[in-house]
Design a protein around this ligand. Structure first.
Ligand code: SAH
Ligand code: SF4
Ligand code: F3S
Length: 366
């Protein structure tokens, strides 16, 4: 039996994809092992969202290559967003790699692995119709289950690689999503997290995300229901109302802000102003009084002035998020922002990041 070691980087979507791959592999007769030294095939399911994420994986490839040196015949492969982003170039970059597989090709993993034994394989064609809605994942044990209900992203925020790595936005049919939730609950999960890059733009025919949430919360045995990441532009009054109705729907939301300066939001192409975002926050907090609210912020986007940054500081101070993921802007080749001159020095980015970390720390402590 061929033994596979799978290591996962990046967001929950990648965690869910690793569970999907595990299902495909085990059904095809492969055995999953937790120790790279005991495996015949080593796979890294990767993230490309910031340069740092890619550097980590490149380091890990070199690291794992020693298993190939020690045991000829061992295969080393990269799947996920970095595989899609760099494709065949990855094979050229690292002589250790045997396999490069993009996120739309997991259905064919067993066949691609068999081919890789005869020579390097790269498969990274986007498939805008692939939702894997019919494939059963092999979930990590635990009370919480990831259930992807949407793949890809059509927003093309100027800084972001995801639409290039994950392809066009597509929703799973309502029935497929519900079946996965039922299956997770039957398997012992009590909490389901619905996943999508802009999960609340999910739709199936005339049904929108509020309909999906209403159908999902009715699944017997489900105690907690969450979703990530919603986009501010799709936080409809009906969705807020559905959250307010409670039940298994948790009073918790991760709502990415990115910046609180309108010129920066416009340059990022986020599709909303600060006032729009704040309107969502006010509606949410009025409807869901004990809401736990978290966010993402990027500092040092090209063109972000000291005054723009001050807006973000002021907004974080006033809005008092329960937590915030704070990132330094990282230029991603191929995105629109990569063509803009970087106006904020690395030193200044570090300074702005440190200020926000301290500010958020104060907010959380008081
Ligand atoms: N789809 C999610 C976010 C996916 S990426 C959403 O839109 O909410 C997760 C976070 O990484 C983003 O919210 C953003 O804050 C950050 N991010 C994305 N691209 C980045 C880049 N090039 N540099 C720095 N941070 C980035
Ligand atoms: Fe990236 Fe924007 Fe899509 Fe989120 S909504 S994945 S930030 S392009
Ligand atoms: Fe997720 Fe990273 Fe891809 S954040 S979608 S694994 S680029």
């Amino acid at each position: 039996m061929t033994r596979i070691y799978l290591e996962t980087y990046g967001c929950q979507m990648n965690e869910a994809d690793s569970e999907l791959m595990s299902g495909v592999l085990v059904r095809a007769g492969f055995e999953l092992v937790g120790d790279p030294a005991a495996a015949d095939i080593l796979l890294l399911n990767t993230c490309a969202v910031r340069e740092h994420a890619e550097q980590r994986v490149l380091g890990r490839i070199t690291d794992l290559a020693r298993h190939k040196q020690a045991r000829p015949g061992v295969l080393l492969g990269v799947t996920g967003c970095m595989a899609q982003h760099l494709r065949g170039r990855l094979l050229e970059h690292s002589r250790w790699l045997d396999l490069v597989i993009g996120p739309d090709s997991y259905r064919d993993l067993p066949e691609l692995l068999a081919r890789a034994a005869r020579g390097p394989v790269a498969r990274a064609e986007p498939d805008p119709a692939e939702t894997y809605g019919d494939l059963e994942p092999l979930r990590a044990p635990g009370v919480r289950a990831w259930v992807p209900v949407q793949r890809g992203c059509d927003k093309f925020c100027a800084y972001c690689i995801v639409p290039f790595t994950r392809g066009r936005e597509r929703s799973l049919p309502l029935e497929h999503g519900l079946r996965e939730i039922r299956r997770a609950v039957a398997g012992g999960c009590r909490e389901v997290v619905l996943l999508g890059q802009t999960v609340n733009s999910w739709h199936d025919g005339g049904r929108d995300f509020a309909d999906l949430l209403r159908a999902a919360r009715a699944v017997e045995g489900l105690l907690r229901l969450r979703f990530v990441s919603p986009h501010p532009a799709h936080m409809t009054p009906r969705l807020v109302e559905t959250m307010a109705e409670g039940g298994p729907v948790c009073p918790q939301l991760h709502l990415p802000l990115q910046s609180a300066a309108d010129p920066v939001l416009a340059a990022m192409g986020r599709g909303h102003t600060l006032a729009d975002y704040d309107d969502v926050v006010r509606r949410l907090r009025a409807a869901v009084p004990d809401l736990a609210l978290s966010t993402d912020v990027i500092v040092g986007f090209p063109g972000e002035t000291a005054a723009d940054f001050a807006c973000t500081e002021e907004y974080l101070r006033a809005t008092r998020f329960d937590s915030a993921f704070l990132f330094k802007y990282s230029s991603r080749p191929g995105t629109r922002a990569a063509a803009l001159p970087e106006t904020v020095t690395e030193e200044e980015k570090n300074h702005r990041l440190a200020r926000l970390i301290a500010l958020q720390h104060d907010v959380a402590a008081s």
